[in-house]
Design a protein around this ligand. Structure first.
Ligand SMILES: NC(=O)c1ccc[n+]([C@@H]2O[C@H](COP(=O)([O-])OP(=O)(O)OC[C@H]3O[C@@H](n4cnc5c(N)ncnc54)[C@H](OP(=O)(O)O)[C@@H]3O)[C@@H](O)[C@H]2O)c1
Length: 261
């Protein structure tokens, strides 16, 4: 199958993020990896946040082995649910200055596996809400003060924010809730704070899927999401003024409206 992706007509030359600093929470994850690669390619200094130094080290090593320029890549242990999140983010600001863009790309499927909604125990429900909803709230509370006034905050979310997801009701309800959180934050900040974006994504070609032999070149590449993030961060995207965005179709690219079918 040939790659059907063509650079959308609205895209100009790639965004130049030279001199800017990005924080990507969940940057070593499936979607985050492509975002990190694209932001590095755009010239940004990139800090990747995640909960485990070993996983972060393995991620950096893989990028280096793949030939990526990692001279501007650093990692930071950061847990969105930890009591020391605020001080941890503050110490990153002390080290790097306020961030020009922060990307929240976190998810957790939980340990319960696929289950119908009503089969979830209270403990499973609470864990899913904490890991997928509370974490985003806590990250926003810590990250907004860590952003430059002219900076951007981007949440990467899935279509389960809008549509049913049988067998993953806890994850889906958190996706809908965090879409709401993000839009509320954008409305509350208005033009007085960093620009806030909710980016609802279609299926992404992740390394984990590819390792499992599941891939389709019609799916979105993580780097394309990162290229769009770079265009939003540098305010060169036509969607710079649009809070709620859908990047569901690789050919159509990012849109201000959900898929119509
Ligand atoms: N994969 C897709 O096809 C797809 C499609 C559409 C939308 N999305 C959306 O993209 C986002 C990321 O999904 P993904 O597929 O990349 O998931 P993933 O591969 O599981 O990655 C999630 C990342 O989040 C980090 N993380 C989880 N909990 C955290 C916490 N408390 N504090 C800090 N970091 C935490 C994980 O790092 P550690 O475990 O090392 O901390 C991991 O790097 C989600 O919002 C998802 O809905 C994904």
């Amino acid at each position: 199958m040939t790659d059907v992706y063509t650079i959308p007509a609205w895209r100009g030359s790639p965004a130049d993020m030279t001199g800017t600093t990005a924080l990507v929470v969940g940057g070593a994850g499936g979607v985050g990896e492509g975002v990190v690669r694209a932001l590095l390619s755009a010239g940004a200094k990139v800090v990747v946040g995640g909960r485990d130094q070993g996983r972060l080290d393995a991620f950096s090593a893989r990028l280096r082995t793949d030939g990526a320029d990692v001279s501007q890549l650093t990692t930071a242990v950061l847990d969105g649910l930890s009591a020391d999140l605020g001080p941890t983010v503050q110490s990153l600001v002390t080290e790097h200055g306020r961030f020009d863009v922060a990307v929240v790309s976190v998810a957790s499927w939980g340990d319960q596996g696929r289950k119908p909604l009503l089969a979830l125990s209270d403990e499973e429900w609470d864990a899913l809400v904490a890991a997928n909803q509370t974490v985003v709230f806590r990250l926003y509370r810590a990250l907004v003060p860590a952003l430059a006034r002219t900076g951007s905050l981007v949440q990467l979310n899935g279509m389960s924010a809008d549509i049913p997801f049988p067998g993953a009701g806890g994850v889906a309800s958190a996706a809908a809730a965090t879409k709401s959180l993000t839009r509320t934050l954008a409305a509350e900040l208005g033009s007085r704070g960093p620009r806030v974006y909710e980016m609802v994504l279609g299926v992404v070609r992740t390394r984990a899927r590819q390792l499992a032999g599941v891939d389709d070149n019609r799916w979105i590449d993580g780097t394309q999401i990162g290229e769009h993030v770079a265009e939003l961060a540098t305010a060169v995207s036509p969607l710079t003024g649009t809070v709620l965005q859908y990047f569901v179709d690789k050919v159509a690219g990012p849109q201000a409206t959900p898929p119509q079918d």
